[in-house]
Ligand binder design. Structure first.
Ligand code: SAH
Length: 399
């Protein structure tokens, strides 16, 4: 039986929770010491013991746990999870009906009513990601609920609940069903991707950029030279090539990126030899590009929020402006920079300020052409804007 605990919410936060704010942060509660066990069910109350919400305790970088229901009569049982999953699946009906996209998110944490839990669909396979030991303690209930409302070939899982949200290696990550043979090929906007659900934390594709990638392919690539920095498996490069790019250059530090990027080109019938794939620190690549006077018509920049390489550490909040300045210098006049970040603590306004500052410092003109945040399948809780983490700006260099 799970520990059941009543927690008192501080007066000034009661209204936020009643309005639907989903995250229990340290400053909102009176006394936490009474909670010992991850996965404990919490009843949030005011100091007169009046009901506010049900929640669960699960430590994640963001806080202590998530609200599950504002309804006093709700029971947190298999039916509860079934209803949430059913509703989430219904919301993605247009994705399920679109045969040109067979990889998308079907459950997006607090956006779908349960923080700390995401579920992605990969062509009849599903991948559950658990973001805390607390939510993982509901695994049996959630998998049972899932089995009743969704058809699947197999379910895989990723555990990201150690202190820093790092992946915990767990021998193939298989949960139930018929094991897949990986890679499986999924489609996104008609583009193929080789996906691995049993091979460590990364599947081969980040599903939140689908609209941005489509825009790059359909509107901006034709006849262009494209530099894709922090390219991972080269998804932006593949879309650019399919959109008619003259040439793509993908740069990533990880050794695996060479084979992984080649594979993504190959499954789309593009000979990887016709493209350039560079395993290097992007900061060294910039030096090389400047020295050799390379200029690109389009540069995509989608770095991790934090990274450390042999010589450099990079953090979005401290270094993004510097990064942009280097990119502006190797972008042709009239060329396009697709600047992206998934750093949750930086909002769109600040991100725009970064772009403005980088161009102003270099005394170069610019025009913002398009702005994107998360796509529809990454449903956001309106009361929790931190969950709307993706920011992408298409900016034209004009001079
Ligand atoms: N843009 C990618 C996702 C980026 S993931 C996509 O669309 O799929 C972040 C990537 O940055 C990782 O593959 C990591 O290897 C790479 N990386 C981190 N620091 C780097 C550096 N200094 N130089 C080059 N690549 C780096």
């Amino acid at each position: 039986m799970k520990q059941q605990i009543n927690l008192t919410i501080k007066e000034q936060y009661i209204k936020d929770f009643k309005d639907g704010y989903p995250l229990i942060t340290p400053e909102t509660i009176e006394k936490l010491e009474i909670v010992k066990e991850e996965g404990s069910l919490l009843t949030l109350e005011d100091n007169k013991k009046r009901f506010i919400a049900y929640a669960y305790y699960g430590r994640q970088n963001k806080g202590y746990g998530w609200v599950l229901s504002l309804d006093k009569n709700e029971k947190i049982d298999v039916e509860f999870f079934k209803n949430k999953i059913k509703k989430a699946v219904e919301y993605r009906e247009d994705f399920y009906n679109d045969s040109s996209t067979t990889a998308f998110r079907i459950f997006n944490g607090e956006g779908d009513g349960i923080g700390g839990l995401t579920i992605d669909y990969f062509n009849e396979y599903y991948m559950i990601t658990w973001y805390s030991l607390g939510i993982f303690s509901f695994k049996d209930l959630i998998v049972d609920a899932f089995k009743d409302v969704v058809k699947y070939k197999a379910i895989y899982e990723k555990k990201r609940f150690d202190a820093k949200g790092q992946y915990i290696d767990d021998n193939g990550d298989f949960v139930i069903g018929e094991k897949g043979e990986f890679p499986i090929i999924v489609k996104e906007n008609g583009v193929n991707f080789a996906v691995y659900l049993d091979d460590g934390p990364m599947t081969g594709i980040f599903l939140d950029q689908k609209v941005v990638r489509k825009t790059i392919r359909d509107k901006y690539s034709n006849n262009k030279t494209v530099l894709n920095t922090f390219s991972y498996t080269g998804a932006f490069s593949v879309y650019s090539a399919l959109g008619g790019a003259k040439k793509t250059t993908s740069v990533d530090l990880a050794n695996r990126s060479l084979a992984k990027t080649s594979e993504q080109f190959s499954v789309n019938n593009i000979d990887p030899k016709t493209q350039e794939i560079v395993v290097a620190d992007v900061f060294n690549y910039f030096k090389y590009a400047v020295k050799n006077k390379l200029l690109f018509d389009m540069v995509v920049v989608d770095p991790p929020s934090f990274a450390r390489s042999k010589k450099n550490t990079f953090s979005v909040s401290k270094d993004y402006i510097k990064l942009l300045k280097q990119i502006i210098q190797i972008t042709a006049n009239g060329g396009l920079i697709v600047a992206s970040t998934n750093y949750a603590n930086l909002n769109m306004r600040k991100f725009r300020d970064f772009i403005e500052k980088a161009f102003k410092d270099l005394n170069v003109g610019y025009r913002i052409e398009e702005v994107y945040s998360l796509p529809k399948d990454f449903k956001v809780n309106k009361k929790f804007q931190e969950g709307n983490y993706l920011k992408v700006i298409f900016v034209r260099k004009i001079n």
